[in-house]
Design a protein. Sequence first.
Length: 276
Amino acid sequence: MFRIGCHISSAGGYLAMAKRAEALGANTFAFFTRNPRGGSAKAIEETDIAAFHAECARTGIDRLVAHAPYTLNPCAAKPNVAEFARMAFSDDLQRMEHTPGQLYNFHPGSHVGQGIDAGIEKIAALLNEVLFPGMTTTVLLETMAGKGSEVGGRFEELRAIIDRVELQAHTGVCLDTCHVWDAGYDIAGDLDGVLAEFDRVIGLRRLHAVHLNNSLNPCGSHKDRHAKLLDGCIPPETLVRVTRHPALAGLPFILETPNDDAGYAQEIAWLRAAQN
């Protein structure tokens, strides 16, 4: 199955997200668990969740990629920022159990001068604190562009985090095409080689989702500026090849391109047509 979708606002609740996904031609989607630039989370209503599950069963939506807020920095130097990361992460994982067996994606964060090794240790320590036996969610570390003091710009950094996690079966990776391109992985010139390196360092079995984005910048720029699929520095045919690569078959592809609903619907339709 080709799973394609985009970020959808959670403001109207879960059922509204499922209906919006269907209207856009999507059969998967991503959403923020709480205010992406703040920290507040809307209360979950059981009637809404029940209606959501019924709607997903009707439309065939079987994979969700929840996204942590951008303000969550697991390796923050400031105690109050680190405490927010712990609180939000822990609360989000409890909330995720209303939609069992789904994916929770987060940015590993920025070490802000503490050094990459200290950042890796702090991220792993937080995961060891918030992951719990019996949880059904898989937590995904996102590949990053290597901007500033970001952790996760190299596959080795993500592997180092995973190696320090006790409940590794509940962890995985989300590959962002814009981020890996900006980080210096040439998916246009050698997609097979990049995926082979991912497999060697992390393991393709740990890859659970793909953020499908173009980039406003050349490969290796370390900028992280998303572009629409047809408008950036990554050749559009490369992004199609990503969606058709046998190693990625069945994964949810999530658009985070700078679009409105009409733009997302057009990109989803374009990608669906390209699968034939």
